[in-house]
Design a protein around this ligand. Structure first.
Ligand code: PGA
Length: 256
C-alpha cells in the first residue's frame, strides 16, 4: 500500500529568520498525520532545516540537482552534497525550471533522475503541459514525450525509488495569471494515463509508484484532488509557506 505524500516546495521564499520556525511548525502540525511529509527549502536553508527536522517524521528534499558527482559547474549542487545535508528527495524538471531556465531537455533530466537513484535519493520528476499546449490539445503528446525521454534508462527495483508529479505549467499559482484554476475533473484523465504509462514501463511496480499533483493546491481543493483515482499526494508551493495552512492540508490528506 502506497503511503500518501505531501511535499512543501518553498521555492525562493523565506529567510534565515523564518525557515526554522516554519519547519518546526510543519513538523509539529503534521506529526500524527500518517502522511509522508517532505520540505524542499532553498539550498542555503538545508542545514538549518535539517537540524530542525532531526527526530521528527518530516523528511528533507532539494529543489534541483546536478547530474554529475562533482566538477567545475559553478552554481550547481551535486547529489553527494545533498545527501550530506540529509536530503532524501529531489525535485527534477519543475515547471518553473522548464519555463524560466530552459530545462526542457527531457534527456538531461533523465540523467539527473538516474543520478538521484544512484545516490539513493528519490527523484520527484515533474511533467506537465503549458496553457498553449493544452489549448492545442497536445497535453498527452507532451506528457508522452516527457515521460518517455525523462525516464529513459531509468531503472528501479522498488516503487518508492521514483515519484512522478503532474505539474501543469498553467496551474502553478505563480504562473496562473487570469486563467482558470485546475479542478479535480481536469486531473482524472491525466492520472489514468500516467498510471497506465507507469505500468507499461515498470510492470507490476508501476501500480505502486507514487503519482502526485502540484499546482494551486490549498485547503479548499486538496480533498477533491486526493479523491482522483491513482493520485497519491501533492506538491504544494504557496500554501506551504504557512505552517498552519500546510498542516491543515496534510490533515485533510490523511482523511481521504
Ligand atoms: P503552487 O506551486 O502550489 O504555488 O501553485 C506548486 C509548485 O510549483 O510546486
Amino acid at each position: 500500500m502506497k503511503s500518501k505524500i505531501a511535499m512543501a516546495n518553498w521555492k525562493m521564499h523565506g529567510d534565515r529568520a523564518t525557515w526554522r520556525g516554519l519547519a518546526r511548525g510543519i513538523a509539529n502540525g503534521t506529526a500524527t498525520s500518517g502522511v509522508d511529509v517532505v520540505i524542499c527549502p532553498p539550498y542555503p536553508a538545508l542545514a538549518d532545516v535539517e537540524e530542525t527536522l532531526k527526530g521528527t517524521s518530516v523528511s528533507l528534499g532539494a529543489p534541483n540537482v546536478h547530474q554529475f558527482d562533482k566538477g567545475a559547474y559553478t552554481g550547481e549542487v551535486s547529489a553527494p552534497i545533498l545527501k550530506e545535508f540529509g536530503c532524501k528527495y529531489v525535485i527534477i524538471g519543475h515547471s518553473e525550471r522548464r519555463e524560466y531556465f530552459g530545462e526542457n531537455n527531457n534527456l538531461d533530466l533523465a540523467e539527473k533522475i538516474r543520478q538521484c537513484i544512484r545516490h539513493d535519493l528519490v527523484p520527484v520528476y515533474c511533467v506537465g503541459e503549458t496553457w498553449q499546449q493544452r489549448e492545442e490539445g497536445k497535453t498527452f503528446t507532451v506528457l508522452d514525450e516527457q515521460l518517455l525521454d525523462g525516464l529513459n534508462d531509468v531503472y528501479i527495483s522498488m516503487p518508492d525509488q521514483l515519484i512522478v508529479a503532474y505539474e501543469p505549467v498553467w496551474a502553478i499559482s505563480a504562473l496562473i495569471g487570469e486563467r482558470k484554476k485546475p479542478t479535480a475533473d481536469d486531473l482524472k484523465e491525466v492520472f489514468r494515463y500516467m498510471r497506465q504509462a507507469m505500468i507499461a514501463k515498470y510492470g507490476e511496480l508501476g501500480h505502486d509508484i507514487r503519482l502526485i499533483y502540484g499546482g494551486s493546491v490549498g485547503e479548499s481543493n486538496v480533498k477533491s484532488f486526493m479523491e482522483v483515482e491513482g493520485l497519491n499526494g501533492v506538491l504544494v508551493g504557496g500554501a506551504s509557506l504557512d505552517d498552519k495552512v500546510f498542516s491543515d492540508i496534510v490533515q485533510k490528506i490523511s482523511e481521504v
